[in-house]
Design a protein around this ligand. Structure first.
Ligand SMILES: NC(=O)c1ccc[n+]([C@@H]2O[C@H](COP(=O)([O-])OP(=O)(O)OC[C@H]3O[C@@H](n4cnc5c(N)ncnc54)[C@H](O)[C@@H]3O)[C@@H](O)[C@H]2O)c1
Length: 381
């Protein structure tokens, strides 16, 4: 069985968000921060970024309970100008810090034309599309990057040095047209997809990773002991270096091999860094003119004839937006392993009743509907 054909069961997204919020409150977060983290994870699941969805709940809770992540962090602004801020996230949840940072960057961009916020002393911040999408919904162009523990070999190296160093940008689109939201790891695939495949007992395709001896592997365990590969060889490797500079070197956060791992690490906080940039297009070009140009390009792209084997040309973020609409209606497909893990975490924190209500069918959709959701979701890829 591969990562693409596991049996999955649909769970109502609102119920899942409420359950995850209860879990994070029980783990010590404020109601507001718990809602932000839970909302982020469920949004990732809705968009089909399952590797950064509620499957992360257990490790987030584990690190909160061991005090490796501060449940009630104190953010500190270390330096600030009208266009920039350097934020110490107080070792708090990365998602909370990243939302705050992008909001600050967007506020500055709305006022001055550009805003950049660099973050250090932070933690795993999940799916970057969430933050660039936040800025796009305010009419701003945006960019986000984060560092991650070493797991990817730079081009030509046998051992990991960079993280999977993701980068996301978003372009605001006019009217009813969805914003263009691009978001990718600079590795061939996000390491989370390998972690999820291991959790689900699935193999991975050749080309995603090397084992510890530098050989191609389809075994997620072997891959997690070895290294993931950069996207497009030297090109992905070069982009990963830029992400490292923006996220870690600028902020003074740990970088690459100096970042303690998220998993199997009960000793050290991660000390991660992120970078957020928001730009107001209106400082360069009249707003309506830019909107018309984006609209025209989007229309031209969508009208291009599809290549053999493709249904149509999609814009970045379109497959995820379509998947989210489908999953909102039909439920979020969660594997038995992820459901079991959520039940176990909820049990440890005394919120098992909520878990039973959401995961055991009361708020779920029938597996048949979830299966339908699944096949429809894969179409545009
Ligand atoms: N926080 C971290 O440490 C960390 C590390 C690595 C990755 N991530 C996250 O993992 C997630 C997954 O990354 P990924 O590299 O697997 O992304 P992916 O390969 O699924 O998608 C990459 C981009 O390609 C676009 N795309 C996909 N199919 C398309 C199509 N048919 N037409 C046009 N565009 C299409 C998507 O919209 C997306 O913007 C991202 O959200 C990333 O932020 C986070």
């Amino acid at each position: 069985m591969t990562a693409d054909d596991a049996p999955l069961t649909g769970v109502d997204a609102d119920g899942l968000r409420e359950l995850a919020t209860e879990i994070f409150i029980a783990a010590g977060l404020s109601g507001r921060d718990a809602g932000a983290v839970a909302g982020h994870l469920v949004e990732a699941d809705l968009r089909g970024v399952d590797s950064h969805g509620v499957s992360r709940t257990a490790v987030y809770v584990h690190r909160l309970r061991r005090g490796l992540v501060e449940a009630r962090p104190r953010f500190r602004v270390l330096t600030e100008t009208p266009v920039s801020a350097l934020l110490d996230a107080g070792n708090g949840p990365g998602i909370v810090a990243a939302e705050h940072a992008m909001r600050t960057a967007a506020d500055k961009a709305a006022e001055t034309g550009v805003g950049m916020v660099s973050v250090r002393n932070s933690n795993h911040c999940g799916m970057l599309a969430h933050y660039t999408g936040m800025a796009a919904s305010r009419g701003l162009l945006s960019l986000a990057t984060t560092s991650a523990p070493a797991s990817m070999a730079p081009w030509g190296a046998k051992d990991p040095y960079f993280g999977t160093n993701p980068v996301s940008y978003a372009v605001p689109a006019p009217g009813d047209r969805p914003d263009i939201v691009f978001d990718m790891a600079t590795s061939h695939v996000a390491k989370g997809k390998i972690i999820l495949a291991r959790k689900n007992g699935q193999s991975i395709p050749v080309g995603w990773a090397l084992d510890a001896r530098g050989r191609p592997t389809t075994d997620p365990d072997a891959a997690l002991e070895g290294t993931v590969l950069p996207l497009g060889g030297a090109k992905g490797s070069g982009l990963a270096l830029l992400v490292e500079v923006l996220s870690a070197l600028l902020s003074g956060a740990n970088h690459g091999p100096h970042i303690p791992p998220l998993y199997d690490n009960d000793e050290h906080p991660q000390g991660l860094g992120h970078f957020f940039l928001a730009m107001n297009p209106a400082v360069l070009v009249p707003e309506e003119e830019f909107a018309a140009r984006v609209d025209r390009m989007a229309e031209e792209l969508a009208a291009l004839p599809a290549a053999e084997g493709y249904e149509r040309v999609c814009l970045p973020g379109e497959p995820e937006a379509e998947r989210a609409a489908h999953r909102r209606a039909h439920g979020v497909p969660l594997s038995a392993e992820v459901r079991a893990e959520l039940r176990a975490v909820a049990g440890e924190l005394g919120v098992d009743a909520a878990a039973a209500a959401v995961l055991d069918g009361a708020a779920g959709t029938p597996p048949a509907a979830a299966g339908a959701a699944d096949s429809a979701e894969r179409a545009p890829r």
